[in-house]
Write a protein that binds this ligand. Structure first.
Ligand code: SF4
Length: 389
């Protein structure tokens, strides 16, 4: 680990924090996120552990935050009492700057009027809600427990409490989903007239129920072409509704882009606290231990719960800059790249860039390089081209 004094100084300017709450009331069939089934979990001990991890990491260096993000798992599985404790702990360690973006992820079925009011009173000003689809049959098929009515109720509760900066997550290419089904969901989502939307295509991940079913021939997913059609319809519908695509999966009204997620894509520094959380600060990439029991064990013996913690090499930092920056519609700036790394983008990646431009996947525009509409569909091929073999 780095010298304490050195770390103290170098964490002073960090303005973003991610906090992970890994618990879920039920496990969705497609999910490979870092999460654990809530029942029987030591949630109170986890919150104590989280407070210790924050205290030990900050070492009394005051942190004034521009963005704070509590994600999961499902943070909204916490009880009101647990939320009050967590907010009180956060208040001890962090000061929110006047325009701090404070986001919490919620599932619709957990939201009550009391929860919405508590969030508003604690300066939470952005909500990210896991909706996935408005089609009740599909919701059941993917193992979600909420209904479309829960979504409307939850959004109303937050809006009534004064939190209007709401984003919903939607997933397309669900098992058995037709283009017509998807268009209905898209229309319902847009009718909510929210400032921000995130859209993902279902991907079969190892160690999920869906991948088991698929291996046994019990799950049929839409063809890739249909998934690409759904993405194209999404882009067209969202842009028509004034929500610009600013990242592969994210669309927002001007000024309503997620400031916190932009910290990741701009390859800027942030702390990550909690089981499985990752961080990027003081020149290091950190990744915490995932399983809650192992995380708590480390804390109980007075150690920071890192699974990995390493100084990032220059090559890794350059790759991150490209891999993350090209996700954004605005792409990567030639001038910023030079300021950061002392070499021009062309010196480092000239032939790669030319190849992708020839293939119609990247385009140079003024000081920036970014994906073309075709490049957005084939982003993973482009990103891989910027990684060292
Ligand atoms: S999708 Fe969300 S709610 Fe469902 S299991 Fe994964 S983290 Fe939990």
């Amino acid at each position: 680990m780095r010298d304490v004094e050195q770390t103290k100084q170098s964490t002073e300017g960090i303005r973003s924090v991610y906090i992970h709450i890994p618990f879920c009331r039920n496990i969705c069939y497609y999910c490979d996120f870092n999460k654990v089934f809530l029942e029987g979990q030591p949630v109170d001990r986890y919150l104590d552990g989280l407070a210790k991890e924050i205290e030990w990491t900050l070492q009394d260096v005051p942190q004034r935050l521009a963005t704070l993000y509590i994600g999961g798992g499902t943070p909204s599985t916490l009880t009101l009492v647990q939320w009050r404790k967590l907010f009180a702990d956060l208040e001890k360690y962090f000061q929110l700057l006047p325009d701090c973006e404070f986001t919490i992820e919620v599932n619709p079925e957990d939201v009550s009027r009391e929860l919405a009011e508590l969030f508003a009173a604690q300066r939470v000003n952005r909500i990210s809600m896991g909706v996935q689809t408005f089609n009740e049959k599909l919701l059941k098929k993917i193992g979600r427990k909420h209904t479309a009515a829960d979504v409307y109720r939850a959004i109303e509760a937050f809006q009534t409490a004064g939190i209007t900066n709401i984003s919903v997550d939607l997933i397309n290419a669900l098992p058995g989903e037709t283009l017509a089904d998807y268009e209905e969901t898209l229309a319902e989502a847009l009718a909510l007239d929210l400032p921000h939307y995130s859209f993902y295509s279902l991907i079969l991940e190892e160690r999920t129920l869906f991948s088991q079913w698929e291996r046994h021939g019990k799950l049929v997913l839409p063809e890739e072409d249909l998934s690409a059609d759904m993405y194209e319809r999404t882009v067209a519908a969202l842009e028509k509704a004034g929500r610009k695509r600013y990242e592969i999966s994210n669309f927002a009204l001007p000024g309503k882009e997620s400031k916190h997620n932009l910290v990741y894509w701009n390859n800027q520094e942030y702390f990550g606290f909690g089981a499985g959380a990752s961080g990027n600060f003081a020149g290091c990439r950190t990744q915490n231990i995932g399983p809650v029991a192992h995380y708590l064990k480390k804390i109980s013996v007075g150690e920071l719960p890192y699974r990995t913690h390493h100084l990032e090499s220059r090559q890794e930092a350059i790759e991150d800059e490209m891999f993350l920056g090209l996700r954004k519609a605005s792409g990567v700036s030639f001038a910023e790249f030079f300021t950061r790394f002392g070499q021009t983008l062309d010196e480092v990646y000239g032939p790669v860039i030319e190849r992708f431009i020839d293939q119609g996947l990247l385009v140079k525009e003024a000081d920036r390089i970014h994906l073309t509409p075709q490049g957005f569909l084939l982003g993973n091929i482009v990103f891989a081209g910027f990684l060292q073999d």
